[in-house]
Structure formats: structure tokens, C-alpha cells
Design a protein around this ligand. Structure first.
Ligand code: TRP
Length: 450
């Protein structure tokens, strides 16, 4: 099939922008710094980088191959490809797990993105002008402690996501990423510069992020680093597969994947380089958890001249980065509902959005009325959704995707999708997809259990 019924990207660049829009989001700016802070800094960052390049990149290529070869929702793509490869139809479970993981992630993603929207308005109204660390801490606690506020912002964000998703591939998704992603990038660079020149603790931040101490490696930190690699690249649940379905035949898959992974990694590292100098300059805890970005950045904006404006623009861009990620979390499910039930995109988007919104209330409550309700040991509803989806379902989905692509996918399809690749590169890629990526995930799983 040369075209998808859901529409097509107008060019290879649009695919890169959309996939980078999916990849770059709260995972880079909010989640990366806080999990790095909780898991020992440099050792974590190194593990994360190794996972990105040895496990993440090959799986991104594999997902894109499957998506473009199938041109449907991940569930039906897998059905189609197993048939064309004479493989067991049970591989469709990749699609089902993906819909489940996407739903779980979206449910809490919208809550956290809601906080960013709240901060956008706080910044604009000047709440944080002159803010110090006590003020920023209190502001974060009072926002997340206020059930109605949290649910309100959460609802607003979910509504925006659904609205854009409903409009479809071309009109909804492309427009959002084309201008906003480059702006986010430039603003981050400016912030790094600010941190380097004025925080007085830039070196300390860099040391925390990049100096590797062997005592910081632990089985669980390695699992979290791998989970973060999957999360930040949007891998393991079919989002990239769904986007790959709209990729024109002529575009190079390996070239696109490399660009996307590099962009994503740079944004995460830049965020860390902004946040940790502020942490150390203000005597904050690097292991502060999910509040880290929301406490550090307002201090920075509160102290710089023009901070009210920069802060507003920054949180606006974070919100947009989150929207371009959130729409990719629902795309597999939307495409499937449209194919299966022949409903409109809008109807599919609204139904999934309402369900995920409802499930998201559990996360909204995790920081206030349910903050002592533990689902897994020592894990709130939010922690549980985050842990199970990122550290278990996504890596497992990744193993299945790599294994299917490397061992069971019809070789002619594999070769056709990688038509542009020279012989030895293809061999290296095949080795990565067949052995390195799946075994890497399994090794990390085993390490985290012992
Ligand atoms: N990668 C996004 C981020 O870093 C989140 C995201 C979007 C995602 N789509 C995904 C994560 C699919 C896992 C799977 O914010």
C-alpha cells in the first residue's frame, strides 16, 4: 500500500518534525532531570545514553519499518505483517499492549502537562517575579494540593489534545510542530547560557550530570534509565509505528530515526544543564522528584531580568511540546477505532480522551487526597502508572517489536523499507535489532531483579 487511509505526512521533514514532536516533551524537560536526580546523576545519564543508542535507536528503526510497511494502526499493521510474513498472528499483542500503555501514560501525562499550563498563567501574571526557593516550593505544593485546580488544568489540557487529534494528521499535528519545536530549542539554549553565566553553580550542575561514580550504579537505577530511554523516544507502544504509517515511501528511515534521537537527547541534556545549576545554587534537593522542574525554573525566571516574559514563553512552549507528545500517545488507539468501527476521527478521539481523562483523576489525586493511597508498595497511583508503563510495558513492547522485526518479518519487506542503506550498515542494524536491543532489555530486567 502506498498511502494510509488516515492521511500522510507531506514530506520526510514533516515526519521528522512530528516524531521529534512526539519524542520531545515532558519526558525531556520534566522527567529526565527528576529521574536523573533521584538515581544518582552521571551514572544514570551514562546508562540512559547507552540505552538510547544501543536499544532505543534500533527499536525506533524497527517500529518505523513496521509502520510504513503496514500503513495502518499498530494493531492492524501487526495483523497484516504477520500474515504477509507467515508468522504467528499472536504478535498482534504488540498493538494491544501499545494501546494500553498509551492510555496509561496519557492519563498521567495530561495531569502533569496541566501543571505546566497552570504555571504558564502564573508566570504571565507575575506571580513568580522575585521568587526564591521557599516561595517556589510553597507555590508547587499549593497548586498540586488543590484538587479542583489540578483537575481543572488537567481537563483543559486533555480537551486541547483531543481537539488537535480530532483534526487529523495534516491539519492538526503538522502545524503544531513546525514552528514551536525550533522555538523551544532556542529558548532552552538561552536558559543554559543564563545558568552558565549567572547561577554561579554551573560546574557543580555539570559535574552532577556527567561525572560517573561506580557506586551510583544499581539494578533499579539501570531499569529506570532504560525506561526513561523508551519514554523519551516514545518507543515500545506503537506511537512511532503509527507515525511511520504516514511516512512517504521515499524517505530514509535510518536517517530520520538518527535525527530524531539526536534532537531528543540534546533537549534532555540541555534541560538538565539548566535545572541542576539552579538546584545547587538554591540549596534544593536533586532528588526532589516530580516537582523538580516546577520548583527550579520559577526561581530562575523569578531572578532574571525579563523573567516574567521568558517564563511565560517557556511554559507556553513546554505546553506545546507536551501536546505534540500527547497526540502521539492516542494516535494508535484512534487509528484502530477508525479502522475497526468505521467511526470518525473526532468520535474516536473524544471517546479515548474521556476515558483517559477519567483514569487520570487517579493521578490528579495522588498529590493531594490520595497521597497516602499506595497501589504498589510505596507507590501512589501516579507512581504505579508511571512505573508499570515505562519500566515494564514499554521495554517489553520494545523486545517484542525488535524480535518480530529481526527474526520473523518477511525479509523482502525489511530490505524494501531499508532500500537506501548500504550493505554493511544493514548488517550492523540487523545485528542491533536481532540481538543487542532485545538482549539488552532482558539483561536490564534481570539486573533489576537481583
Ligand atoms: N516521548 C514523550 C516525552 O518525552 C512522551 C511520549 C509521547 C511517549 N508518545 C509516547 C512515551 C509513546 C512513550 C510512548 O514527553
Amino acid at each position: 500500500m502506498s498511502e494510509s487511509v488516515h492521511g500522510m505526512w507531506s514530506s520526510r521533514i514533516m515526519f521528522i518534525l512530528a516524531a521529534a514532536g512526539s519524542a520531545v516533551g515532558l519526558g525531556n524537560i520534566w522527567r529526565f532531570p527528576y529521574v536523573a536526580g533521584e538515581n544518582g546523576g552521571g551514572a544514570f545519564v551514562l546508562t540512559y545514553l547507552v540505552c538510547i543508542f544501543l536499544i532505543g535507536m534500533p527499536i525506533m528503526v524497527a517500529e518505523t519499518i513496521l509502520g510504513r510497511a503496514g500503513r495502518k494502526s499498530p494493531i492492524n499493521t501487526m495483523q497484516d505483517l504477520t500474515a504477509r510474513s507467515n508468522a504467528w498472528s499472536g504478535w498482534q499483542v504488540i498493538g494491544w499492549m501499545g494501546v494500553l500503555a498509551g492510555f496509561m501514560i496519557l492519563s498521567y501525562y495530561a495531569v502533569i502537562a496541566g501543571w505546566a499550563v497552570a504555571y504558564l498563567f502564573d508566570m504571565a501574571s507575575g506571580t513568580f517575579v522575585g521568587a526564591d526557593s521557599t516561595f517556589a516550593n510553597d507555590a508547587f505544593k499549593s497548586l498540586t494540593g488543590d484538587v479542583w485546580a489540578v483537575v481543572g488544568w488537567h481537563s483543559l489540557f486533555m480537551a486541547c489534545t483531543i481537539l488537535i487529534s480530532a483534526r487529523g494528521v495534516g491539519k492538526g499535528l503538522e502545524m503544531t510542530v513546525k514552528y514551536l519545536m525550533p522555538m523551544l530549542f532556542i529558548l532552552l539554549l538561552a536558559l543554559v547560557l543564563w545558568a552558565a553565566l549567572t547561577s554561579g553553580h554551573f560546574l557543580e550542575g555539570m559535574t552532577f550530570l556527567f561525572s560517573i561514580k561506580s557506586e551510583d550504579f544499581s539494578g533499579d537505577a539501570v531499569l529506570v534509565a532504560m525506561g526513561q530511554a523508551f519514554f523519551t523516544l516514545s518507543l515500545g507502544m506503537g506511537a512511532i509505528m503509527a507515525y511511520g504509517a504516514y511516512l512517504p515511501k521515499s524517505a530514509s528511515i535510518v536517517g530520520s530515526a538518527t535525527t530524531i534521537a539526536l534532537l531528543d537527547t540534546v533537549v534532555a541534556l540541555l534541560s538538565g544543564m539548566v535545572i541542576f545549576p539552579i538546584v545547587f545554587a538554591n540549596g534544593l534537593e536533586s532528588s526532589a522528584g516530580p516537582g523538580l522542574m516546577f520548583i527550579t525554573l520559577p526561581i530562575a525566571f523569578g531572578q532574571m531580568s525579563g523573567g516574567q516574559l521568558f517564563g511565560t514563553v517557556f511554559f507556553l512552549l513546554v505546553t506545546f511540546a507536551a501536546i505534540t507528545s500527547a497526540i502521539s500517545l492516542v494516535e494508535p488507539a484512534i487509528a484502530w477505532l477508525v479502522e475497526k468501527l468505521k467511526v470518525s476521527r473526532a468520535a474516536a478521539a473524544v471517546s479515548i480522551g474521556v476515558l483517559a481523562w477519567f483514569w487520570g483523576l487517579g493521578t490528579a489525586f495522588s498529590f493531594n487526597i490520595w497521597d497516602d493511597v499506595m497501589i504498589l508498595p510505596e507507590k501512589t497511583f501516579f507512581d504505579t502508572m508511571d512505573y508499570v508503563s515505562n519500566n515494564i510495558i514499554l521495554p517489553l513492547g520494545g523486545v517484542l517489536i525488535a524480535t518480530f522485526t529481526g527474526w520473523f518479518l518477511n525479509r523482502a519487506i525489511f530490505d524494501e523499507e531499508l532500500g537506501d542503506l548500504s550493505g554493511w550498515l544493514k548488517t550492523v542494524l540487523m545485528l542491533l535489532i536481532r540481538f543487542v536491543a532485545p538482549l539488552g532489555v532482558l539483561v536490564v530486567f534481570v539486573m533489576s531483579f537481583i
